[in-house]
Write a protein that binds this ligand. Structure first.
Ligand SMILES: Nc1ncnc2c1ncn2[C@@H]1O[C@H](COP(=O)(O)OP(=O)(O)OP(=O)(O)O)[C@@H](O)[C@H]1O
Length: 255
């Protein structure tokens, strides 16, 4: 088991106690692509921060590769909605940064950076600064930077949430190719039911706060998608599954 969460409980003290996560149990195997859906404010980002080691839970444990998670480390790479690239470095410099901090020799760094620049389709932009790139390209660079650190799992918090619909679909198709090419395990938070169905091998639905896991469903559309995904997205089975999930989330909002 790559990742194991047992009895994770999180609450904050703010004019009384806000219970956010109630009792989360979740395991992930290597190579899985788990998409997490749930009503707004239910604690999805909180869960990601706990898995990343950015904040500790009040109760419960998180284990990654058999070790208790206590702080952020490169075993768990994180991609946020706003790509956190260093504005003064080139795209290649950004991708190499973590490797440089670990004292990897320059020639090796360059080789790793070029490999991932190519994988995310940014070879031609390697000498540009982040402000010269579109939103989608910046997010590709952020993904390449995380991949360069060779994490066991990539944690993504609505990474395409700020992109227009067309770019978003392109990025989903690109991420699927990257996942296939690298075999990485991905934990992906989204508000977008169609996005979850188009990417995940598993869909986890969280309940409203204090959140528990309301549903944990296998999903196979991503396997049926080629370089593009239009045909599968327009299929009857996809649309039916989308409506089932949208209704499930609406019903939780209403109760
Ligand atoms: N450090 C904190 N202190 C106090 N309350 C917090 C803290 N972090 C999160 N919360 C509260 O916990 C709840 C869950 O927040 P979180 O951002 O994890 O939800 P989410 O499901 O990711 O939301 P959204 O879908 O809107 O992005 C919210 O009510 C939020 O206000």
């Amino acid at each position: 088991m790559l990742l194991e969460l047992e009895g994770v409980y999180q609450a904050y003290e703010r004019k009384g106690t806000i219970e956010v996560l109630h009792d989360i149990h979740l395991s992930m195997d290597e190579g899985e692509f788990v998409c997490v859906l749930g009503p707004s404010g239910c604690g999805k980002s909180t869960l990601l921060r706990i898995i990343a080691g950015i904040e500790p839970p009040v109760q419960g444990t998180v284990r990654c590769n058999g070790h208790a998670v206590r702080r952020p480390d490169r075993e768990r790479g994180v991609v946020f909605q706003q790509p956190a690239l260093y504005p003064w470095l080139t795209i290649e410099g950004n991708i190499e940064f973590g490797l440089k901090m670990r004292h990897m020799p320059k020639a090796d760094r360059r080789e790793v950076a070029r490999r991932y620049l190519e994988l995310v389709g940014l070879e031609e932009f390697r000498d540009r600064k982040p402000y010269e790139l579109s939103g989608g390209m910046k997010q590709r660079a952020a993904i390449a930077r995380v991949l360069a650190n060779d994490p066991s799992i990539i944690l993504m918090d609505e990474p395409f949430g700020a992109l227009d619909a067309f770019t978003k679909e392109q990025m989903q198709d690109a991420l699927r190719q990257i996942w296939r090419a690298t075999g990485k395990t991905i934990f992906f938070i989204t508000h977008d039911v169609e996005e979850a169905l188009a990417l995940g091998t598993r869909i986890v639905v969280m309940s409203p706060r204090p959140a528990v896991i309301h549903a944990d469903l296998p999903c196979s559309f991503t396997h049926a998608m080629g370089e593009g995904s239009r045909t599968v997205r327009a299929s009857q089975a996809f649309i039916e599954q989308r409506e089932t999930l949208v209704n499930m989330i609406h019903q939780m909002h209403a109760t």
